[in-house]
Design a protein around this ligand. Structure first.
Ligand code: HEC
Length: 184
């Protein structure tokens, strides 16, 4: 059986065995081009042309804030980074989702419970500054992580509508505002 046939059969089995519940619909099994390319078994190393294409197409999908202001309120950003709710069948889609950043990143010295799948973001703004270029990078990274690192394990928060524009401003402020606990 070819890989394509095996994938098609696996998808049929999954579609037949999952039930839609609440906001969790079966369309979550439909992969876009990025997800399809990134689901090729890890034993097959994607050529550089392909990873470059993934990053380019995802960078084109980043939407920058309409008013041009990328820094919101870091206090709200900290709450969003701590919140792990949203997107599950049992969550009300009308309530704002969290970013759950601490599940993968260290961010502040105060929070000692954090995951390590992602790099530590402690002192992120102190180390990089908050120039226009860094603000655009940080915004783009949170909006669509694949724009800067193909097949990243980080959720595409803006692109997938997990966080709103306002919430992303707050999270970017948490990372870049000099008075944020990330930079103390
Ligand atoms: C499921 C795990 C996961 C979650 C949740 C997650 N990230 Fe990440 N993040 C990663 C990984 C893995 C990387 C490194 C690979 C990459 O760059 O995509 C990363 C990289 C980053 C980077 C780039 C770091 C650098 O050195 O340039 C930033 C900024 C970032 N994450 C911010 C966030 C923020 C803010 C949140 C919450 C809104 C978040 N992440 C949630 C996994 C995660």
């Amino acid at each position: 059986m070819s890989d394509e046939e095996a994938s098609a059969r696996a998808l049929t089995v999954m579609k037949a065995s999952f039930n839609e519940r609440g906001q969790a619909k079966l369309d979550r099994l439909d992969q876009d081009e990025t997800q399809r390319l990134c689901s090729i078994p890890p034993s097959v190393k994607l050529p550089k042309e392909v990873t470059d294409r993934i990053e380019k197409l995802n960078l084109e999908l980043v939407k920058y804030p309409t008013d041009g202001r990328m820094l919101g309120d870091w206090r709200e950003g900290e709450k969003i980074a701590q919140r792990g709710v949203g997107m599950q069948f049992s969550d009300n889609p009308k309530n704002p989702a969290g970013g759950n950043c601490y599940a993968c990143h260290q961010m502040t010295k105060e929070e000692i419970s954090f995951g390590t799948i992602g790099p530590s973001l402690y002192n992120f703004g102190k180390l990089r500054g908050n120039s226009e270029a860094i603000q655009r990078y940080t915004w783009g990274k949170v909006w669509n992580a694949q724009a800067y690192s193909a097949c990243s394990n980080m959720p595409r928060f803006g692109h997938k509508g997990i966080l709103t524009e306002k919430q992303i401003k707050d999270v970017v402020a948490l990372l870049l505002d000099p008075s944020s606990p990330v930079n103390k």
